[in-house]
Ligand binder design. Structure first.
Ligand SMILES: [Zn+2]
Length: 121
């Protein structure tokens, strides 16, 4: 049995990047890590660091968070240019249809992905 691909650390491990998995058999890309391709079932996979840009497909304003007293946050879903849809915080004003680019903000002891309009940078 093939060992799982060596895990590149991403923002959940303190590295400011999004890591995708690519199927070597069918070329499918996905995000979050899993050992088998969700399309063809192959375990022949590689990791790819996403370029971090894509199309904003949804935005929502979350008024109540899990942290008592925390300010409301904007969340977004962005379809990366590589294909997978990822969730992150959104800068105010980001709207569906906008090109978006990720950056990583400090959050507690770690990082959190945050998307801004690509032309705002
Ligand atoms: Zn596949």
């Amino acid at each position: 049995m093939r060992a799982p691909a060596a895990a590149l650390r991403d923002w959940t491990g303190g590295e400011p990047r999004l890591v995708l998995t690519v199927c070597a058999r069918c070329g499918n890309h996905w995000y979050l890590p899993r050992e088998h391709c969700p399309v063809c079932g192959s375990d022949d996979t590689d990791e790819l660091v996403a370029a971090g840009a894509g199309l904003c497909v949804a935005v929502t304003h979350v008024h109540v968070t899990t942290e008592a007293g925390a300010a409301p946050v904007w969340l977004t879903l962005v379809e990366l240019d590589e294909g997978p849809v990822v969730m992150g915080r959104a800068s105010e004003g980001l709207a569906p249809g906008d090109r978006a680019r990720v950056s990583f903000l400090p959050d507690g002891d770690g990082l959190v992905p945050s998307f801004t309009r690509e032309d705002d940078r």
